[in-house]
Design a binder for this molecule. Structure first.
Ligand code: SF4
Length: 482
């Protein structure tokens, strides 16, 4: 039996889910051809000869990119079993079935995928008699209403990366000294205990998270280091959903590979609650912590259900600086409650906290995305702005009540989207100048420059801006996040 497993976009990372799926299918005796369509050409002959064609759909962009390939696979091979899995599969189950998908699996997909494979091979196990895999994750999904159901607790297999492009073809870690590090990617947990309203994890995991067994995570890390990785990205939605589990893994990794760095994503609430662990992150080689700040406006943070405030963000910046951990904030810069003035305030806050170099420029232009099932659909303050689900974009489109804000978002996106490898400070200054001009207020740098010029004039100094040295921070050179 032959399976083709396809990934379309994983933010510049070697696809963990394909490696995990391949391990389960190979253990069941299948031949597997994993294809990262973002990096290599998909062979039509493989689609035609496959018994099973799997698609990993972890995010919005990946799902949209996969749509024409699913339709092509269905057309070329009407008898193949097409399985879609990952976060965005159950969110878009009906639409994916309309394209030709037979099985819609969720985030914890491995056992169900293996069960599909076993049933296809005529080895139907006891579990398959109890429930059909195609109903496993779609049950309970009806627009934004979900029945909370316990997700499976999988005993994972070591991901099998045979056949995937080498790590050298993926995003690298750009270090402040100009060096680049090869990056591996793994997951120590999936899902999340929290219920942030705008988050696509929530409709699928419904406040649950599941750990990957530490021996599997560490073996996967070791395999990627053997393949050249000098840095590991942990893709857990939040690394501190299970802080003991998380710290056990990075401590063991650091002990075995002290020169290997890593990065993780941790929410503000967790960083503050587990503040004693911040120095341990630094000591174990954490190059940076990504944290979804989203907004610096307390009202907006409350609407999003983020569980932190503007003051918490400020505290987190101080905590990370003190612990020697680089904080990389991400934002939902544009949303229906933004004003021209509050966007300027966001930029001014980033500047005043000396975080310009920490923020990927694309973060300055990101617009709130509302997928099917989003918790925001139930928020009264959202309803006046939102439209019906649009299958073409796989979102509920929304319009800002002030057309000048939507125009600014388009123009900011045009600025950062066409200069993806430009210097962060230069781009920030361009966006900031644009925003302040639209809002009719001077930029902080303009204000500072004016007062510095006034001082120099008063003291009779020659013209010339004081040069301020700013260290850059490490970052992954894949600029897109969604
Ligand atoms: S903490 Fe992060 S992953 Fe968890 S629900 Fe909130 S946004 Fe999603």
């Amino acid at each position: 039996m032959f399976a083709v497993l396809i990934s379309t976009y994983e933010m510049g990372r070697q696809p963990f889910a394909l490696a995990s799926a391949a391990a389960w299918l190979r253990a069941a005796g299948w031949d597997v051809a994993p294809v990262d369509a973002a990096k290599e050409r998909l062979q039509e002959a493989n689609l035609v000869s496959a018994d099973l064609i799997g698609f990993h759909l972890p995010m919005h962009t990946a799902t949209r990119l996969a749509a024409p390939i699913i339709a092509t696979a269905r057309r070329l091979n009407p008898s193949a079993r097409i399985c879609v899995f990952g976060l965005y599969a159950p969110l878009n189950a009906d639409w994916l079935r309309s394209l030709g998908a037979d099985e819609v699996l969720g985030g914890e997909f491995e056992e169900d995928l293996a069960e599909v494979a076993r049933s296809m091979a005529g080895e139907r196990g006891a579990r398959s008699a109890q429930r059909a895999p195609s109903d496993a994750f779609s049950a309970g999904f009806a627009g934004s209403a979900f029945d909370r159901r316990p997700l499976p607790r999988i005993h994972f297999r070591l991901p099998d990366r045979t056949g995937l492009p080498p790590l050298s073809r993926y995003a690298t870690l750009q270090m402040p000294d100009g060096q680049r590090r090869l990056v591996g990617y793994t997951e120590a947990s999936r899902g999340c205990l929290h219920l942030c309203r705008h988050c696509p994890v929530v409709p699928v995991y419904q406040g649950q998270f599941r750990v990957v067994q530490p021996d599997i995570v560490l073996a996967d890390v070791a395999a990627q280091i053997a393949a050249g990785a000098e840095h590991i990205t942990f893709g857990d939605p939040d690394f501190f959903n299970g802080p003991t589990h998380a710290m056990r893994i990075v401590s063991a990794m650091h002990e075995a590979y002290p020169a290997v760095s890593y990065d993780v994503t941790i929410k503000v609430e967790h960083l503050l609650r587990h503040r004693d662990l911040a120095p341990r992150l630094a000591d174990t080689g954490c190059a940076f912590v990504t944290s979804a700040i989203e907004s610096v406006d307390d009202r907006v943070l409350a609407l999003l259900g983020k569980g932190h405030t503007r003051a918490d963000f400020f505290q987190t910046v101080a905590l990370c600086r003190e612990a020697g951990v680089t904080l990389v904030p991400t934002f939902v810069a544009f949303h229906p409650w933004l004003t021209l003035a509050s966007y300027c305030e966001l930029l001014d806050t980033i500047e005043s906290l000396d975080l310009i170099e920490h923020v990927s420029p694309i973060q300055l232009a990101i617009r709130l995305l509302i997928p099917r099932g989003s918790g925001l659909l139930a928020v009264d303050e959202m309803r006046p702005h939102i439209g019906a689900f649009d299958p073409a974009t796989l979102t509920h489109p929304w319009t800002h009540p002030d057309p000048r804000v939507d125009a600014l978002q388009r123009d900011a996106m045009a600025l950062v989207g066409t200069q993806l490898i430009a210097d962060r400070r230069t781009l920030f200054n361009q966006v900031s100048a644009l925003a302040h001009e639209r809002a009719g207020v001077p930029t902080p740098s303009t204000r500072r420059l004016r007062s510095e010029q006034a001082l120099r004039l008063r003291s009779g100094q020659a013209d010339g801006r004081p040069a301020r040295h700013r260290a850059t921070v490490p970052y992954l050179n894949e600029p897109w996040y969604c």
